[in-house]
Design a protein around this ligand. Structure first.
Ligand SMILES: Cc1cc2nc3c(=O)[nH]c(=O)nc-3n(C[C@H](O)[C@H](O)[C@H](O)COP(=O)(O)OP(=O)(O)OC[C@H]3O[C@@H](n4cnc5c(N)ncnc54)[C@H](O)[C@@H]3O)c2cc1C
Length: 461
């Protein structure tokens, strides 16, 4: 279809002011937080499920790609319009539709910002647990698309464990609901299939989330180490002694220094690594658990353990951790975040191999990650303008993911596959696995219009 008639038809659906097609707009919507780039043909900002349905039906009739977009903070190229098409940006569909306190659920539109929802719920004594470090800007639609994790997912589980159901627009514009408020739903678990499908099967227009009560008490500790192995060994020791803290996050020296320069909350500049260990839950027994954790840390040669003495101190520690990706941009203009997962007992071995990869390719690598989940985020620092260096970065990233897989882990803990890790999918899946995935994709999206070019490698000719 010619572009101008397409724009006119989209304006009829969502209104004149809600279709963007200037060169600058298309450039802006052509990238996300990954290193990939593309360009859509047009961007629409719908205001209702009905409008999304009409846009998707038009895309289906004309066989034009359709790409759902929240805030574009995904780190794997999930919103890159690799074949052009219509980007559906959910910034206007940002309403909280229902807070059901007795049933502890909330129903939202996909454009609601994660932290806005969490702040609103806190006032009602409720928590939506998944807390990606990007929560200030990420949307619930994006969290749904990526099955996002976050520091508190160690104890509470990732996004999929908190999604009860969703309203979905399918490829022909048909609207369906999956799941719901009841604890168990008969039939296929379509909600489970759709969460983390990166917009490649359908578009979510309403999402029903599970809530938990605010914990009675929280205790946050900073454990400081002179050797990264000791910090890593502490992580598995705490969990093997039967304690599952709310969070167990690690930062190494390179990241610590950048973070401290950015937030100034007293992170030790000379430490090899720190752990942020947070306990939450009932007051009763928490002191005992904290003492047990300190004892385990001491057994693993901790240099010092600091307890956050006030909410401000706790907030400072978290501001540093959650701002770590931003802080490292003080060191180099660009970074690539790897997102591999390993069994947590393998952390010391894998971390030292990651540092060897850095040496091999002459690239600084910092580590900030969800250590309790064994979910590594090596940050490879570089300058994107140096094309030879960029090539080394991609090679190093692939090698790091292979190390994770060889250690019994996998190629993504929470950032998805998108376009960036499509070729590494073969590290963990066989051609038969891909063939089955393609059948699932085809059942939802026979013309491959839903976010094409993502997740599943193309069939071999
Ligand atoms: C500094 C920083 C820190 C981060 N920290 C974390 C972290 O701790 N944990 C973590 O898991 N991730 C983290 N991320 C990655 C990212 O923020 C998450 O993946 C987040 O969920 C993306 O949300 P978004 O609104 O930006 O989604 P987008 O990037 O816009 O979209 C993400 C995916 O979801 C799809 N999608 C969007 N809306 C819909 C919809 N309505 N229906 C169906 N599919 C849809 C898109 O097509 C795309 O495939 C971080 C990113 C940054 C930049």
């Amino acid at each position: 279809m010619e572009i101008q008639p397409l724009i006119n038809r989209l304006k009829d659906i969502v209104g004149h002011n809600h279709v963007l097609h200037s060169d600058m707009d298309l450039t802006l919507y052509g990238y996300d937080a990954s290193l990939e780039k593309g360009k859509p043909d047009v961007v629409v900002l719908p205001n209702s499920t009905e409008e999304v349905s009409k846009v998707v039906r038009l895309a289906h009739e004309e066989k034009i790609p359709i790409i759902g977009r929240g805030s574009g903070t995904n780190l794997s190229g999930g919103t890159i319009p690799v074949k052009g098409g219509i980007v559906v940006h959910f910034s206007r569909m940002n309403r909280v539709l229902e807070v059901d306190i007795p049933n502890r659920t909330v129903t939202v539109e996909p454009g609601v910002i994660t932290l806005d929802l969490q702040t609103m719920l806190l006032k009602k004594g409720l928590v939506y647990a998944p807390d990606p470090a990007s929560q200030k800007v990420s949307t619930l639609g994006g969290n749904f698309g990526e099955n996002s994790g976050g520091p508190h997912c160690l104890k509470y589980g990732v996004t999929t464990n908190h999604i009860l159901g969703a309203e979905l627009v399918l490829d022909e514009g048909t609207v369906i609901w999956t799941g719901g408020k009841s604890q168990d739903n008969p039939g296929y678990d379509l909600t489970g299939l759709l969460v983390g499908s990166e917009g490649t099967l359908a578009i979510a227009t309403k999402i029903m989330l599970k809530l938990i009560p605010t914990p009675e008490a929280v205790k946050t500790m900073l454990a400081i180490y002179d050797a990264i192995e000791d910090a890593s060994n502490t992580v598995s020791a705490i969990i093997s002694e039967g304690i599952v803290p709310a969070t167990l996050e690690m930062m190494d020296n390179l990241v610590l220094k950048a973070v401290e320069e950015s937030v100034h909350v007293g992170y030790p500049l000379d430490a090899a690594a720190v752990l942020i260990i947070e306990l939450d839950g009932m007051i009763d027994g928490m002191e005992r658990q904290a003492e047990k954790i300190m004892e385990i840390c001491k057994r693993h040669n901790v240099r010092d353990i600091r307890l956050a003495k006030s909410e401000a101190e706790r907030a400072g520690l978290w501001a540093g951790r959650k701002g770590a990706f931003g802080a490292v941009s003080r060191l180099r203009p660009s970074y690539l975040v790897c997102d591999g997962t390993v069994p947590r007992t393998k952390l010391p071995e894998v971390l030292s191999k990651v540092l060897e990869v850095g040496k091999k390719y002459d690239l600084p690598i910092g580590n900030v990650f969800h250590a309790g989940d064994g979910n590594l985020h090596p940050l490879i620092l570089f300058d994107e303008r140096d094309k030879a260096m960029l090539e080394r970065v991609h090679k190093a990233a692939t090698e790091i993911l292979k190390i994770c897989v060889d250690a019994g882990g996998t190629i993504s803990g929470e950032h998805g596959i998108g376009t960036e890790k499509i070729k590494e999918m073969s590290f963990i899946f066989s051609e038969s696995d891909f063939s089955f995935m393609r059948q699932v994709k085809k059942a939802f999206d026979p013309y491959d219009i839903c976010n094409p070019g993502k997740v599943i490698p193309p069939a071999q000719a």
